[in-house]
Design a protein around this ligand. Structure first.
Ligand SMILES: [Fe+2]
Ligand SMILES: [Fe+2]
Length: 190
């Protein structure tokens, strides 16, 4: 990895989140081998997936405004969601990433979306199961991912949706669409 990328990332998101990104890479590389996905693209997407996760909320909102990210009701209710599209913008304009596959995987790593590519699925689920994650249900998702990535994402989304409901939070329509889409292909496969 270029030293400059490392230095910029550590400065912007802190050493803890940078180390989280390295663990996400570690999981993603295994999944790339299993699901035959381009390792270089997954590496870059995972490295930069949280590059816009500014700790300070004002900073987050300021940067979103600068990059014309539309903050809808769902994002305002759950500000955790903002950093994903913002990270895609920062990856593009600050880190010079022009590969649409990488940028899309970064953009949708928190919500998912309809018609996810394997690269998008790998970044999404690697972020969810990286070794330091310890929330309830994460081991079931970990066990499933090497056999059936679609089912593991549905399970991860079920956990997230359940958590959001328990907290009286809005649910992103992107997550609902992603889940429906995955469920349809799982049912078709039988
Ligand atoms: Fe993230
Ligand atoms: Fe992350």
């Amino acid at each position: 990895m270029e030293d400059r990328i490392r230095e910029d990332l550590v400065r912007d998101i802190g050493i803890k989140r940078f180390e989280h990104s390295l663990r996400v890479i570690e999981v993603a590389m295994k999944l790339c081998d299993i699901y035959k996905v381009d390792r270089d693209k997954a590496y870059m997407a995972c490295l930069l997936h949280d590059c816009g996760k500014f700790q300070d909320e004002n900073n987050l909102l300021k940067h979103s405004h600068k990059f014309d990210i539309i903050l809808d009701e769902v994002m305002m209710d759950n500000k955790e969601l903002i950093h994903a599209p913002l990270s895609a913008k920062i990856a593009e304009y600050r880190y010079g990433i022009d590969d649409r596959d990488i940028l899309s995987a970064i953009c949708y790593h928190t919500t998912g979306k309809e018609d996810m590519t394997l690269l998008e699925k790998i970044v999404f689920i690697s972020d969810y199961i990286e070794p330091a994650r310890s929330f309830p249900g994460v081991d079931e998702v970990r066990n499933l991912v090497y056999r059936d990535i679609d089912r593991s994402i549905v399970l991860a989304m079920d956990n997230t949706i359940g958590f959001l409901i328990s907290r009286n939070k809005l649910i992103s329509d992107r997550t609902v669409n992603a889940r429906n889409d995955l469920m349809i292909s799982i049912k078709r496969r039988g």
